[in-house]
Design a protein around this ligand. Structure first.
Ligand code: DAT
Ligand code: MG
Length: 149
């Protein structure tokens, strides 16, 4: 079953949106396999956002993601990477559709409340960056039958 790395960013934690964001993925039918509140160091931020190094917004991005605690998570389910990206909405909250997390709860490009891996390859890299294997819990959910038949 596919897994993805998701985090409630510092603005989402400060604005009390962590529960709401978790709730959306729970209700959708995805399974939580890892969860922790943590403070990201500049070193970890640099690894996580390495693809953006050198871009004009890189400095602000690192400052922002290290500005307060985040809720780091691993979610599991069929097509979870692309489905969660769709549930998050476009990167720029001004363009994110109503009904998406960013469309409903954010207004400004930098402060878009949630991160989700953009591909299965990114997901594997980011999960390994934020979680050790022992922190991920393998368990069976009784609802799988009703979700997947
Ligand atoms: P996403 O978070 O949707 O995967 P991304 O990987 O392109 O988007 O960028 C990472 C974050 O960097 C994004 O959530 C917000 C910020 N960002 C991206 N493009 C930006 C820009 N042009 N100006 C300011 N911040 C930007
Ligand atoms: Mg990205």
């Amino acid at each position: 079953m596919e897994r993805t790395y998701v985090m409630v960013k510092p603005d989402g934690v400060q604005r009390n949106l962590a529960g709401e964001i978790i709730s959306r993925f729970e209700k959708k039918g995805f399974q939580l396999v890892g969860l922790k509140l943590m403070q990201i160091t500049p070193e970890l931020a640099g690894k996580h956002y390495g693809e953006h190094e050198g871009k004009p917004f890189y400095g602000e991005l690192i400052d922002f993601i290290t500005s307060g605690p985040v809720v780091a998570m691993v979610w599991q389910g069929q097509n979870v990477v692309s489905v969660i990206r769709n549930m998050m909405g476009k990167t720029n909250p001004a363009e994110a559709a109503p009904g998406t997390i960013r469309g409903d709860y954010a207004v400004f490009m930098g402060n878009n409340v949630v991160h989700g891996s953009d591909s299965p390859e990114s997901a594997e890299r980011e999960i390994n960056l934020f979680f050790s294997p022992e922190e991920l819990v393998d368990y069976k959910k009784a609802t799988d039958f009703w979700l997947y038949g």
